[in-house]
Design a protein around this ligand. Sequence first.
Ligand code: FMN
Length: 172
Amino acid sequence: MTVLFIGGSRRKESLNAKLKHRLVEVAEKHGIQHKLLDADALDAPIYHGDLEEAEGVPESMQALAKAIDAADKVVLVSPEYNSSVSPLIKNAIDWVSRVDIGAWGNKTVLLAAASPGGLGGLRAVSHLRDILANVGAWTAPMCASCPKANDSAIASMDEEFLVNFLRQGDSR
Ligand SMILES: Cc1cc2nc3c(=O)[nH]c(=O)nc-3n(C[C@H](O)[C@H](O)[C@H](O)COP(=O)(O)O)c2cc1C
């Protein structure tokens, strides 16, 4: 079972990158095989049909599509911006769907979010569920959300909960 972790913020002190690292630590401790994809790898140009026609799909997005194909499940750790999805993640979903319209089909996707706000990015998670359902992915029911996020709130997230979160979809 290989889990691909993808972070949705390139900010140096990103809370979502920190949440991603916490999840990776838990995966390592519990013997869950995984791969990491740096958020920098999502830095493709905003999807534009003319650009695609002229230059094709950016190599980084082709590599992402391959990594998704090779993974048994994908964990998206996304910030929330104005009640919705990180543009980095949305753009990556769009480009990957251009590599292969079935790239997300039946893929197990787990959703996580951290925010300094009280809702912990849950509205971004909810929007991501809709988008991913429409490209055919299966999103797991539990999300790992950290409201009022900071280093200590992320470190204090219950380990047993995080293991259960990561194990979702194992029997699919
Ligand atoms: C344009 C913008 C809109 C934001 N909107 C929301 C929001 O709707 N909900 C929320 O919880 N946080 C919101 N935030 C705060 C982000 O959650 C916060 O900046 C967070 O640290 C970003 O993720 P990162 O730390 O992983 O980079 C917003 C931040 C920006 C810059």
